[in-house]
Design a protein around this ligand. Sequence first.
Ligand SMILES: NC(=O)c1ccc[n+]([C@@H]2O[C@H](COP(=O)([O-])OP(=O)(O)OC[C@H]3O[C@@H](n4cnc5c(N)ncnc54)[C@H](O)[C@@H]3O)[C@@H](O)[C@H]2O)c1
Length: 417
Amino acid sequence: MKTKAQRPRPKRFHLPQSVVDGLQPVGIGCVGAGFVFDAYMQTHHLHPWLDLRAVFDRDTARARQVKDYFGTPMVDSLEAILGDPSISIVLNLTNPSEHFAVTKALLEAGKHVYSEKPLATTVGEARALAQLAEARGLQVGCAPSSLFGEAAQTLWRALRRGQIGQPRMVIANLDEGASHHQNLAETLINPSGAKWPAWDEYRVGCTAEHAGYVLTWMVAFFGSVRRVMNYSKVFFPDKGIPIPVGEMAPDYATAMLEFENGVVAQINSSVVTPPNHGLYVVGETGYLKVDHVWPFACPVTLVQHARPWLTETVAPVSEPVWDPKGLSKPWYYRHWRLRDYLLDPADRAFGVGDDKMRGVTEFMLAIASGQPYGLGGDFSAHITEVTYAIQDGTTHAGWQDMTTRAPAVQPPPWVGG
Ligand SMILES: NC(=O)c1ccc[n+]([C@@H]2O[C@H](COP(=O)([O-])OP(=O)(O)OC[C@H]3O[C@@H](n4cnc5c(N)ncnc54)[C@H](O)[C@@H]3O)[C@@H](O)[C@H]2O)c1
C-alpha cells in the first residue's frame, strides 16, 4: 500500500503548484475525534503535507471506532501529544465547553493550535487564549475555513473590484429547518460511526455553532462589528431529548450588526425555521448573492439594480476543488432521504462540500512564513464576542457595544487582485 507521502498530490488545488511543490510536511496532532472528525478526514488527502501523527479522544470506545475505520494513530492521553516534539500544530476538535482548557494546555506545551469554533465560550476566555499564544510566540487559529473557499473569495474579490459600488447592507441566513423533528440524534451518523451530538448542539446553540460561518466573511470584508442588537429565544423546548429548558440555548436568533465601516447586516440563525443558507450583499449599484455559504463551489451571482432581470455569474477566483470520487461531498448527500431532509434546493444543487483542512493548510502557511494567521486569536475573540451577543445578548436591551476589535485581514496571495 502506498504511504501518504507517496500518494500523488491532487492535480487541482487552491494553491498555485509552485507553492504546493515547496511545502514541507508538518507534524499535526488532534484532540477530540467525534462527529466532525470525519469531515476533516474526508479532505485530508488533499493536504498530504499535514502529517497526522497522533489523535486523542477521551472516549475510548470512540477512539477504537476511529482507529478501526481510518487506521488513525491514536494515543491514550493528552500528554502523549503535549510531549511529542514531532507535532507542532494540534487541532482542537473537542466540544465547545472543552475548547478553552484543551487549547490552553496545548499552548502551554508549546503547540500552535487550530481550534474548531467557537474559540471559547466566553469572550474573556477567547481573549486570554489570544494573549497566551502571543506571549508564547505561538499562533492560535480558529475554524471555519470557509473564508478560504472559492465562494467567499469570489464574493470578496467582487466587492474589492467595486462590482456593486459601495456595499451598504448584508442579509445572512443560517437556518437549518426543523431539526428537532428529524430524530437526528439517532439517524445522523458519520461514516466511522459517531452520532450527531444533539445533546451538546442544543445546549451550545445553533448560533454559537454556526454564526462564525458568515461572521468570518463579514468581518474580513468590512472590518470589526461596532455594536449588535439581538432577539433570541427557545421556540421549541421539546426537542425529543430531555434537556431542561434552562440549559437549552436559543433555537432561534436574529440580530442587526453595525460594522465600523458603516455597513449594517441582518443575521438570522436557527434550527427551527425553514432551511436557508443564503447571503446577500447590497451595494450602491447592485447586489451579490451566494445561495449557500457552506459549499466552496457555490457560484456568486451579480445583479445590477437597474437591470435585475440580467443576472451574471461572477468568474470564480479559481476552479473549485472537487474530489473526483465525491469524497468532499458529505456522506448524507448520497442518501436521498437525508439529503432532502437536510438540504435546501441550493444545497441539493451544489452539495454542502467544504474542505475543513484548507484552514489548517492556511494556518500552517502563516506559521511557516512568520506571518500572523488572518483568523487568529484577536480575530477569533472578536467573532466569539459577536456570536454570543447574537445568541445570548440581552434581548430588548437595545444596542450592545462590542469591546473587542479584529485586526484587518488580507485576502490570500493565491487569489490575485
Ligand atoms: N457536528 C457538526 O456537524 C460540526 C460541524 C462543524 C464543526 N463542528 C464543531 O466541531 C467541534 C466538535 O463537534 P462534534 O460535532 O465533533 O462533537 P462530538 O461530541 O461528536 O465530538 C467531540 C469529541 O471530543 C471528545 N472530547 C471532548 N472533550 C475532550 C477532551 N478534553 N479530551 C479528549 N477528547 C475530548 C469527545 O469524547 C468526542 O468524541 C465543536 O466545536 C463543533 O462546534 C461540529
